[in-house]
Design a protein around this ligand. Sequence first.
Ligand SMILES: [Zn+2]
Length: 192
Amino acid sequence: MATDKQQGGSRAAPPFSARHLDITAFAEAGARLADETVLSHYLRLADVVQDGDQMTPVRWQTQGSMVPVLGGSPEIWLELEAEAELPMQCQRCLEPMRQRLEVSRRFRFVQDEATAEMLDDELEDDVLVISRDFDLQALIEDELLMELPVAPRHEVCPQAPRMQVQTADFREEEAEKPNPFAALEALKKPKS
Ligand SMILES: [Zn+2]
């Protein structure tokens, strides 16, 4: 008769939500959030892969931290990693393919827009404004969308025209067979 609720009673509700993240509190706690949800939860991304597999997993994790600054207030940072393999159509052979997207970024959070703009020019990392209700999931989606290639393509198309077949397997097979061109060359050789 045990229910899921009775697991030691230590199951506190997660204090941070990806949709409504209190950035300062998250960083002060040095907290970490991670999740794996399906593509259909990311409407804009899902839109890119029309007719694709909406159950494709999207994984991410983020870590907040306060970085001490000598003689100043500590900086607020958030590290983000996200990944997904989206079902797409290869723009070369028009066959389905999986486009791997990987995000690994750091964001610094500051008090206001003016500071953010100023620092954004100086820093390589992105600078965002602190919020008590930050939509981390939207940020994750933004970052993944930015990783999308304009024209996704297989690294090596499985159904390329014969002369250009280049899959690893095929190449191995080819290597074992006598080269047809070599045979042709032999035929063309003038008889001596
Ligand atoms: Zn292709």
